[in-house]
Design a protein around this ligand. Structure first.
Ligand SMILES: NC(=O)c1ccc[n+]([C@@H]2O[C@H](COP(=O)([O-])OP(=O)(O)OC[C@H]3O[C@@H](n4cnc5c(N)ncnc54)[C@H](OP(=O)(O)O)[C@@H]3O)[C@@H](O)[C@H]2O)c1
Length: 220
């Protein structure tokens, strides 16, 4: 299997848009998906025409995004069920990357929401049994990706049960300069990463910064 186009369902929000911009700037063809295709087109049109990578972006519906070879789900976690149910057949046989965290903000801090399935990734997997689910990017701040002239130095922890799908995911996103995807294990590990993101967000609040993770001990 080769990946020629990446689709981002809900690609008009900061997280999806950040991935779209970074993939396009790595010369990967991307389709921004939205419930309103005009909104997705606007994301593409608003990119400065001086950016040569603008030509790698297209906008459309969430169905258009789901037609791509690899599909990122970039809606809030509580919108995933109604969003992906109608896309189930289109997504069959494809790599589906889930980036969502189930978090709630109390007065004090972010806290993880514990789902009956164990994680958002497990929920997605239960809804898309014929897709290869890869979990990644939960702990990467959208601002890092959107700040397009800022050099990245990011480790992305990735989980999934299908090793070839993880390798393809790591290859395609690894084309983004400064991004390294590391195999964090089976999809059952996703809950730990999703929950840990709450801690990073609380650090961001406390220290007024944008934290990310660097894993030491693994050479490039
Ligand atoms: N923001 C971050 O820094 C960050 C970092 C890592 C991971 N994440 C994860 O990435 C996902 C997206 O984050 P975000 O901050 O970009 O979220 P967002 O802006 O709230 O939502 C992203 C997009 O999802 C679509 N959407 C929103 N509500 C929906 C609904 N009820 N039904 C269907 N579609 C809906 C919207 O697109 P349309 O209106 O155009 O359809 C929206 O632009 C979340 O699951 C989050 O946990 C976020």
């Amino acid at each position: 299997m080769s990946i020629t186009r990446v689709g981002v369902v809900g690609g008009t929000g900061p997280a999806g848009k950040g991935l779209v911009f970074r993939l396009a700037s790595a010369e990967v063809q991307v389709v921004v998906g939205s419930r309103d295709p005009q909104r997705a087109l606007a994301v593409c049109q608003k990119v400065d025409s001086g950016r040569s990578w603008k030509r790698f972006m297209n906008g459309g519906t969430n169905e258009d995004a789901a037609e791509c070879d690899l599909v990122v789900l970039a809606t809030p976690w509580d919108a995933l069920v109604p969003t992906i149910k109608p896309l189930k057949d289109i997504l069959a046989g494809k790599i589906v990357v889930t980036i969502a965290n189930a978090l709630v903000k109390t007065d004090q801090e972010f806290q993880p929401v514990l789902l009956a399935e164990g994680s958002v990734a497990a929920l997605v997997s239960s809804l898309l049994p014929a897709s290869a689910i890869v979990s990644a990017f939960q702990h990467i701040p959208a601002g890092e990706l959107l700040d397009i002239d800022h050099d990245l130095k990011l480790d992305v922890l990735m989980c999934g049960d299908d090793v070839p799908s993880k390798l393809l995911t790591a290859e395609i996103f690894g084309r983004i300069d400064g991004v390294r995807l590391l195999d964090g294990g089976s999809l059952a590990m996703s809950g730990a990463i999703e929950a840990m993101t709450a801690v990073l967000l609380n650090l961001n609040l406390k220290y007024k910064t944008r934290t990310s993770i660097r894993i030491s001990g693994i050479e490039a």
